[in-house]
Structures are given as structure tokens and as C-alpha cells.
Design a protein. Structure first.
Length: 237
């Protein structure tokens, strides 16, 4: 019986015929986040740059929305994504920093979307700069940026500050995770979020995931591990 590895070339050829991914671009940069609505752990935002062939390879590998994958599988696929990508970058906003930044944003009559726009722009900019550095001796690549939509105007405003958008196609969509580049970014963001929780759990010698909200709210130095506003919402239900 043929293994999955043996079948991959055929799977990739079928996927190429189906044309599920964006075409007409040399590089697709996808961006997505993890931990946005969770009270435990950081907010992580990742950007991943893939070639059309790289997207087919990862689709054949089983890359999909991270919410559909088990933790073990996320960690496995994350390594494959790093190996296949042209470039990747993860922005990690620790709970302590998240709590401070969100409070400052509220005081300025802004909200979480402003923080997300900044983090997505930062991750995308870093990946874009890596690509441009690699292209120094090559023809300039055509680039598309794909983002899961949360606030179109704020995101485009942030990107416009750092990139020449007239030469780059930017697409924001509420179903962007269906595109492999965005799904790959979501997996890297989720893997980074889980890795952070694992490290802090090991340092504290107990699993942070097993702490109930009420006990978490009484922990010393709780702002270092939990998003306080989200924790309060859980307790107020």
C-alpha cells in the first residue's frame, strides 16, 4: 500500500489542477493570529511567505485552519511550514505587555483592533524585508498579502506606513484561513502561543492550562500569565 509520502506528488498535481490558491503572484504572504480571545497566554501574530509551489506542498501536507487541528499536529506541521516558507516571523505580545497596551489604547479611545493592526503590520513588514533582501540579485517578485479581516481601514493604514502598497496586492477576507498561506500563519502563531505557555508552565513547575479562572485571578503576578480583561469577563458570567 502506498504511503502518504509516496502519494504526495499525485496529490500536489491534483491540487494544482484544482487551482485552490491565488495565482499570478510569485510570493503570497499570509498573516494570522492566535490567543486573541483567550485569557491564558500571549497574543501571537505570524506572517508566512510562500511560493505557489510551497502552498501546494503545504496543502498536500494537511495545512488547514489551526482551530481544526490538535495541538500535537500543530507542532508537527509548524516545523514543515518553517522549512517550506520563503520567510516567516512571529510577533509575541506577552500577557503583561498585552494588559499594559490594551489599557493605554482604551485610555486613547482605541481598542484591540488597533493592537492587532500594529502586530500584523509588524509581522508582515519583517517578512517583506527578508524577501527583499533575498531578491537583491534577482528580478523583483510580484507579491500578494492576505490577512484574515478584522478592521480593514486600520490594517491598511498600518501597512501603508511601511510598504509601498501600489505595487503590492493586499486582500483582507473573513474566510482568509481557507488560503494555505494564512492557515500556515495561523498554525505558526498557535504553535508559538502554546510554546510560550509550555515554557512558563515548566518554569513554574505546574501546568497553567489546568488553573481555573477563579484561582488564576488570585495568583500573585497574574498579569504575567493572563489577559486580565478577558479573565474578568469569564468570572463575570
Amino acid at each position: 500500500m502506498a504511503s502518504h509520502e509516496d502519494a504526495k506528488p499525485l496529490i500536489i498535481e491534483i491540487l494544482r489542477e484544482l487551482r485552490l490558491e491565488p495565482s499570478g503572484y510569485d510570493v503570497i504572504i499570509g498573516s494570522d493570529e492566535a490567543g486573541k480571545g483567550e485569557w491564558l497566554g500571549p497574543l501571537t501574530v505570524a506572517a508566512v511567505a510562500l511560493s505557489p509551489e510551497g502552498m501546494l506542498t503545504l496543502r498536500a501536507e494537511g495545512v488547514m485552519d489551526s482551530k481544526e487541528l490538535e495541538s500535537r499536529r500543530i507542532l508537527e506541521i509548524a516545523e514543515k511550514i518553517k522549512q517550506t516558507s520563503i520567510a516567516f516571523h512571529v510577533v509575541t505580545i506577552t500577557p503583561r505587555r498585552f494588559n499594559k497596551l490594551l489599557k493605554e489604547l482604551w485610555e486613547e479611545d482605541r481598542n484591540l483592533n488597533d493592537l492587532l493592526a500594529w502586530a500584523h503590520a509588524r509581522a508582515i513588514e519583517t517578512v517583506y524585508r527578508i524577501i527583499k533582501e533575498k531578491e537583491k540579485e534577482k528580478d523583483e517578485a510580484t507579491i500578494m498579502i492576505l490577512i484574515d479581516e478584522f478592521d480593514r481601514l486600520k490594517t491598511e493604514e498600518r501597512l501603508r506606513r511601511i510598504l509601498e502598497l501600489r505595487s503590492i496586492k493586499v486582500l483582507q477576507s473573513p474566510d482568509a484561513e481557507e488560503i494555505v498561506a494564512v492557515a500556515a500563519a495561523g498554525i505558526l502563531a498557535k504553535a508559538a502561543c502554546e510554546a510560550w505557555i509550555d515554557r512558563e508552565s515548566a518554569r513554574l513547575s505546574f501546568d497553567l492550562r489546568k488553573i481555573p479562572p477563579m484561582e488564576a485571578s488570585k495568583m500573585k503576578n497574574r498579569e504575567a500569565y493572563f489577559k486580565i480583561s478577558y479573565l474578568h469577563k469569564i468570572l463575570d458570567r
